[in-house]
Ligand binder design. Structure first.
Ligand SMILES: C[S@@+](CC[C@H](N)C(=O)[O-])C[C@H]1O[C@@H](n2cnc3c(N)ncnc32)[C@H](O)[C@@H]1O
Length: 343
């Protein structure tokens, strides 16, 4: 089901990143004429193009990557005033919307993780397959992955790699990294990939041995899980009654957060004598699917990156946004602010 259908033609443009589960995103977001949507992870603008094409609506596109925002300039031009692009983090999406003149919006979509443009750009340092500086920052601010691997303790490295990469051999990997960096700092993706491969053997049919370590460092450097928790809460604050939240995640850590948040928010929160600050509260969301929506075989064949995608849709109720989230949603790790910066 495609809602609206009245949007003017802004659906063209090069496929720098193939949007994942694009049809389902539009099906659940239900873009309508005269409404306002936030594409909180603009990337190459795949979802934004589809939303603008589905209805005569407005879109606020947010991305923390200035390259993505700059590349979207043509789309802003073509949109005839219907698209506003803002470089920011999605944890701030309610503030961004208010500053753009909207006190409430009709939909928020989150397409988590990195884009193909970021992954395939050697200079960004996200890929263990491409030689490049060990950077991994989506937004360019804060410590890089090189700063992390060259400065934090072996114990902290192991904790990061275990909890954010789900790497069983995290201790061996951390030990190998610390041994390697005593000879010379680890500054490139290749050096890190080789160091990890020296500690983790994998069979030919398994994923590359550095996959989990790279995932962990990327999530840590960009505080991706903290951003996700705050982004979901910001969406809760800015969505109007009946507004839709659509979140697409790519690994179990992200999906667990989205699921736990939506399950919690779709239930009555009982008041508690022991935690009086948690007063009895009505559900703020209604889940629109019991199970996550996943890509079919055709989509996976066309776009292998879609393989692990899970989409969870929900609809905002009229209840006031709640404060706080369940404890333990995000693994506790040393703050990024404590990582010394080399460059
Ligand atoms: C998977 S891509 C989105 C692709 C997009 N849906 C499309 O169809 O082209 C994810 C994008 O979200 C951005 N991003 C990730 N975390 C972010 C955050 N916390 N705040 C803002 N942007 C973020 C990344 O920089 C990247 O461009």
């Amino acid at each position: 089901m495609m809602a609206g259908g009245g949007g003017s033609a802004v659906a063209g443009g090069p496929a720098l990143h193939i949007p994942v589960l694009g049809f389902s995103v539009i099906e659940f977001l239900q873009p309508r004429n005269g409404c306002v949507y936030i594409d909180a992870t603009f990337g190459a603008g795949g979802y934004t193009r589809a939303i603008l094409a589905a209805a005569e609506c407005k879109v606020i596109g947010i991305d923390r990557d200035q390259t993505a925002i700059a590349l979207g300039a043509d789309l802003v031009e073509q949109s005839g005033g219907r698209l506003t692009l803002i470089e920011d983090r999605f944890s701030n999406l309610d503030v961004v919307a208010r500053e753009a003149g909207f006190d409430a919006v009709d939909g928020v979509v989150l397409d988590l993780g990195v884009s193909s443009m970021q992954l395939d750009s050697a200079g960004r340092g996200f890929s263990f397959r491409l030689e490049g500086p060990l950077d991994m920052r989506m937004g360019g601010e804060g410590p890089s992955a090189a700063d992390v691997v060259n400065s934090v303790s072996e114990r902290t490295l192991a904790d990061i790699i275990f909890s954010l990469g789900e790497e069983r051999r995290s201790r061996s990997v951390a030990r190998a990294i610390v041994r390697a960096r005593t000879d010379a700092p680890i500054e490139t993706t290749r050096k890190l990939a080789e160091t990890v491969a020296s500690a983790v053997r994998s069979r030919a049919d398994e994923i590359h041995p550095a996959t989990r370590t790279f995932q962990a460092l990327r999530i840590y450097v960009n505080d991706e899980l903290g951003e996700l928790v705050k982004g979901l809460q910001a969406a809760e604050r800015i969505l109007k009654k009946g507004g839709r939240l659509v979140a697409v995640s790519f690994h179990s850590l992200e999906d667990r957060i989205v699921k736990t948040f939506l399950v919690d928010r779709s239930q009555v929160r009982a008041g508690s004598r022991h935690a009086p600050e948690l007063s009895r509260a009505a559900p703020t969301f209604r889940m629109l699917a019991k199970r996550p929506i996943t890509p079919d075989d055709d989509e996976i064949a066309r776009n292998p990156r879609a393989r692990s995608a899970k989409l969870r849709p929900a609809e905002r109720t009229e209840a006031p946004a709640r404060v706080g989230v369940a404890a333990g949603l995000v693994p506790v790790l040393p703050s990024l602010a404590d990582v010394p910066r080399g460059r």
